[in-house]
Design a protein. Sequence first.
Length: 201
Amino acid sequence: MSISLQKGQKIDLTKGGGQGLRKVMVGLGWDEVQQRSGFFAKKQEDIDCDASAILCGANGKVIGGRFEDYCVYFGSLRHSSGAIVHQGDNLTGAGEGDDEQIMVNLSQVPQNIDKIVFVVNIYDAAVRHQHFGMIRNAFIRLVNMDNNVEICRYDLSSNYDNMTGLVVGEIYRRNGEWKFNAIGQPVREASRLENMVQLYR
């Protein structure tokens, strides 16, 4: 049975009920708030939210020298280890369920990676005058890929007006075990992924 998490809650992934857990699908989803309609209403641009994974070492800082070493995102879908794979970009957030998915093979994550941070930012937010106050039903969920059972889900319910990025959650290693932390931290300026990466430099 899936665990519904609150902001700041942590759960064990690889011991207890999750013993033997190897492959996790991290699903992230969101919907646009219904825009004003009518003959004189201005046509709104689609909000392009991008989900990414930022890879950090034991010190909480990004690992490696190149962007592709520490970021898995729409421009670099697969980490060189093969352990973290992004399933591709969704430009509108339309449809039910997950909008973007990132696969993590916990058994293959390199030893120098101790934290995988999952973030979502609105591409070109400043230019398009968009922010997360225009987004609803945002969530992150983890699914055990061996049996396709949802492990946990975190629904982000706070008001994120004028914020253009979110640190949604993180999978991290502690004493040889993998855990998940529901974060929900807003970031004001995140029109580019690089703005989110700065939090971990």
